[in-house]
Design a protein around this ligand. Structure first.
Ligand SMILES: [Mn+2]
Length: 371
């Protein structure tokens, strides 16, 4: 019997997702998601894993275009005899039209968990697989039932899409407590659903981990994305992260106070991105919030975006405060000047922070930036 098995654990590939916020880049991005899928199957081959696991949300929707289904099926078939196991997630639940439920579609080396917890044994690779899948968008009861697994030398691997919760807490997406993991008898539990990668942790003898999504889909899903390669034995797991994403999503804030004109802003911002995002910043999907004080009428986010159009995707958000024109205030005959004066008169009564915020909002409103 094998002492240790090697698995590739990935999740949340969201194939077929639309990327509306990327505008003209959205179609390319959709193709990139598919490229990433193929990079994962290549990696499984290269790393000579015994088992490739996808812990749910392989697809973005319960029903995706046929060409994507065929592409995925053929790539898995080409891996044979390498084993592949999938489970349905909340985005690709096994509803009646689901590709997961299609008969005579999937090759023999693919095992699919598309409903309640089930056990499958693969003695030829020394693995017992315990998995469950979503049958709808919600699964308010845990899918990880307690069970006694035989101690026969097989390595016990779990596969599930779900949410780790504390004792007594609920979730609409397969709530799983640490105690349930501890009682599972599993050696490794491959989890999906949380798009932020979580370092492997242990509950009893079980190592569990979220590998995170494999490409960032929206801002917040920032940074490097990839998969876990785990060498699993009865005595523990050796897990390493392997990046597979085509591009990263990155977010920065940039204070433009004191900069003169869009050219200088673009130049300085480029310097910042080289440092914070890295020398490959041009290949990434970047959002920057511009802060600080800006001379009224000078900053044009569009002009700066054009100057930086060599970046694959750049979205600038203007959160600057227009500079107060002291001369205009002295004159005191505009609505804006009166408003600011009134605010400043209340300095003693109201906390300074609130006055500053009110001033900022007032100046933005007068600059037409609140709409
Ligand atoms: Mn997901």
């Amino acid at each position: 019997m094998t002492d240790s098995v090697r698995i590739l654990h990935c999740a949340d590939l969201h194939l077929g997702a639309a990327h509306i916020s990327l505008g003209a880049r959205s179609r390319t991005r959709r193709t990139e998601f598919r490229n990433t899928f193929h990079r994962i199957t290549e990696l499984a081959k290269k790393e000579e894993v015994n088992l490739l696991l996808v812990a749910g949300d392989l697809f973005d929707l319960p029903v995706v275009p046929e060409d994507i289904c065929v592409e995925v099926r053929d790539a898995f078939a080409a891996l044979s005899p390498l084993r592949v196991a999938l489970c349905s997630g909340n985005h690709d639940p096994a509803v009646s039209d689901s590709v997961y439920l299609r008969e005579d579609f999937w090759p023999d080396n693919v095992t699919i968990f598309s409903s309640g917890m089930r056990v499958e044994e693969f003695p030829e690779i020394g693995i017992r697989l315990v998995g469950a899948g979503f049958t709808g968008a919600y699964s308010p009861h845990t899918q990880l039932r307690r069970m006694v697994l035989p101690e026969d030398g097989l390595i016990n691997i779990g596969l599930m899409h779900g949410t780790i919760v504390s004792e007594g807490q609920g979730s609409d997406h397969n709530p799983i407590t640490i105690r349930q993991i501890e009682n599972s008898g599993l050696d490794y539990l491959a989890l999906g659903h949380i798009h932020t990668r979580k370092a492997p942790a242990r509950a009893g003898k079980t190592t569990y981990a979220y590998s995170g999504c494999t490409e960032g889909r929206k801002f917040g899903e920032n940074g490097q994305k990839g998969v876990y390669i785990a060498d699993v034995s009865h005595n523990g797991c050796d897990v390493r992260f392997v990046p597979v994403c085509e591009r990263r999503l990155e977010y920065e804030e940039f204070d433009i106070t004191g900069l003169n004109g869009n050219g200088e802003i673009a130049e300085e911002l480029r310097e910042l991105l080289t440092k914070t995002v890295g020398p490959d910043y041009r290949e990434q999907i970047i959002r920057v919030t511009l802060t600080g004080e800006a001379e009224s009428g000078v900053l044009s986010t569009e002009a700066v975006e054009v100057l930086l159009s060599d970046i694959w995707f750049l979205d600038l958000i203007d959160d600057t405060t227009p500079v107060i024109d002291r001369n205009e205030l002295e004159m005191g005959n505009t609505l804006k000047a009166l408003f600011i004066k009134k605010l400043e008169e209340r300095a003693g009564e109201v906390p300074e922070k609130r006055i500053e915020l009110a001033k900022k909002l007032c100046l933005k409103a007068f600059a037409g930036k609140l709409l």
